[in-house]
Design a binder for this molecule. Structure first.
Ligand code: OGA
Ligand code: MN
Length: 290
């Protein structure tokens, strides 16, 4: 359900989602280069709403790449083999007979263990199951805003430790389940490396602060014993994913969604065993979190 159109956009139509987080954008054709005024409005809407869904945009892989490059240069995608002939496109695929958790099936911000994690991820749906397969998005900016002042003060100096280890390390769930998945996931000891980022980051475009932690990739807090860090991280994760901060995206085929990894988390839901789900995915390079 969408709210009434409420924006002053002149070239596109932007409707906020009911919860005020995320928006649907129509009146634009992403298969062709966007005129500068349209691109500027898309970028403005993206900064304002963080998750934009564009229905009825059945882009080819070449068009998906071209749209991505209008937002920014490609990010670097580790741990999944790219599509043949498309080094910057990953295929997110789950076959009808797979029983394992979906790819991305727990709360995370993409590749947050990188020194410069991607600003955006763009996902274009190809095959959508008749049931299930929604994606949840959480608003980490509003979640930050609604913390107590005492908690904000406590978090301000902290730096969180990120690692791909739980997902792609030799002891990860993916490592045990590789043979059960259609996706060409790469398990590597590289994944056990860590990278430190501010626990609260400031969005380079909007200036808003957001919590930058997730249960998949945040493995600790710098200088804090696990006994203290783990309960704090658990409390923050529980806080961010409360219903009032979450937008549940229901896919239709040929839809494009772009989300901002700097101020959101997401979680791919299952519920479609027996059906195929296929998506194509690019990332846009980001900056060092500050
Ligand atoms: C991803 C991801 C979610 C989905 O591609 O990064 O988490 O619903 N996908 O497929
Ligand atoms: Mn993801």
């Amino acid at each position: 359900m969408l709210m009434e159109a409420q924006s002053a956009y002149r070239t596109i139509k932007v409707q906020s989602q009911e919860t005020g987080f995320g928006a649907e954008v129509t009146g634009v054709d992403l298969s062709k280069p966007l005129p500068p005024a349209v691109l500027a409005e898309v970028k403005d809407a993206w900064a304002r709403h963080a998750v934009l869904a564009f229905p009825d945009q059945p882009l080819t892989l070449d068009q998906l790449e071209a749209f991505t490059l209008q937002i920014g240069p490609f990010g670097h995608d580790p741990y999944v083999e790219p599509m043949p002939g498309h080094p910057n496109v990953l295929e997110v695929r789950r076959e009808p007979d797979e029983k394992v958790t979906p790819f991305g099936g727990n709360w995370h911000s993409d590749w947050s263990f990188q020194a410069t994690p991607p600003a955006a991820t763009i996902l274009r749906s190809e095959t959508i199951p008749p049931v299930g397969g929604d994606t949840l998005y959480a608003d980490a900016s509003r979640a930050y805003d609604e913390l107590s002042e005492a908690m904000k003060d406590r978090l301000a100096p902290l730096r969180a430790i990120h690692s791909a280890s739980r997902a792609y390390g030799p002891n990860s769930a993916y490592a045990r389940e590789l043979h059960l998945r259609a996706m060409p996931i790469i398990v590597s000891p590289e994944a056990d490396k860590t990278c430190v980022h501010p626990l609260v980051r400031t969005h380079p475009v909007t200036g808003r602060k957001a919590l930058f932690v997730s249960p998949v990739y945040t493995v600790g807090i710098e200088g804090m014993a696990p006994n203290d860090a783990d309960p704090l991280l658990a409390e923050l994760h529980k806080h961010i994913v409360q219903d009032r901060f979450v937008y549940r995206h229901h896919w239709r085929e040929g839809m494009v969604v772009i989300w901002d990894n700097r101020c959101t988390m997401h979680n791919a839901l299952g519920g479609y065993d027996g059906h195929r789900r296929v998506m194509h995915r690019t990332t846009v390079a980001g900056e060092t979190p500050t």
